[in-house]
Design a protein around this ligand. Structure first.
Ligand code: SAM
Length: 212
């Protein structure tokens, strides 16, 4: 993701606490109060400019969604989308995924979406991959037994690494597509990166895995 310096982004985020939740650690174990219902909670880690999570929230009002994005300059576009759509079942967090266990208690989150996560191809950066064992441990700490990770990428190396990482961790693989757009999978909601890379002819890989 190319980052542009947007000095006004921090101010805009702070002005919309109803959409970008400040101090998420204060809601640990109590996200139902934030949404005002007991619906399941799905999060996207590395939500980028928010196309996927906004369209998911529109399509599934019976689910609560949270998009987590590290960079202010990127999440501010997701915020614009959310201001426009004004969805009661979607919140954003300007936060680092490595801190998710500070924000969510065991069982708070029912599903984690990872879409086009940065591949970090160098071996010495392996621990930064969002499907590395250390991140799987974090996701397990915030989900109940049976919690799911849904992953899409155009990066074959990262996809293969994710399958190995899941298998070594003991996750149950319940869905794999090596070419999502030629498969019979229904209801796919495209992310920004998915649109960009599939337009260039890249194949899209997709998996679903479950903690047991
Ligand atoms: N999911 C979007 C899509 O498919 O269009 C964006 C994909 S982009 C390649 C990856 C995004 O993940 C970037 O916006 C990046 O800032 C974010 N990201 C990477 N590491 C993160 C972390 N540790 N915590 C939160 N966001 C992260």
């Amino acid at each position: 993701m190319r980052l542009r310096n947007k000095p006004w982004a921090r101010e805009k985020i702070a002005a919309h606490p109803q959409y970008v939740v400040p101090n998420p650690e204060e809601h640990k174990g109590r996200w139902d109060d934030v949404f005002g219902n007991h619906h399941p909670l799905y999060i996207e880690v590395g939500t980028g400019k928010g196309q996927f999570i906004t369209e998911m929230a529109k399509a599934h009002p019976e689910i609560n969604f949270i998009g987590i994005e590290l960079y202010e300059s990127v999440i501010v576009t997701a915020l614009d989308r959310l201001i426009e759509a004004d969805l009661p079942n979607l919140k954003l967090l300007n936060a680092d995924a490595k801190n998710v266990a500070d924000y969510f208690a065991k069982g708070d989150v029912d599903r984690v979406y990872l879409n086009f996560s940065d591949p970090w191809p160098k071996k010495r950066h392996e621990k930064r991959r969002l499907v590395h064992e250390s991140f799987l441990k974090l996701y397990e700490a915030i989900m109940p037994e049976g919690g799911e990770i849904h992953f899409k990428t155009d990066n074959q190396g990262l996809f293969e690494y994710s399958l190995k990482s899941y298998s070594e961790y003991g996750l149950l693989l319940t869905y794999v597509s090596l070419d999502l757009h030629s498969s019979d999978f229904e209801g796919n909601i495209m992310t920004e990166y998915e649109e960009k890379f599939s337009a260039k002819g890249h194949r899209i890989y997709r998996s679903e895995a479950k903690f047991r």
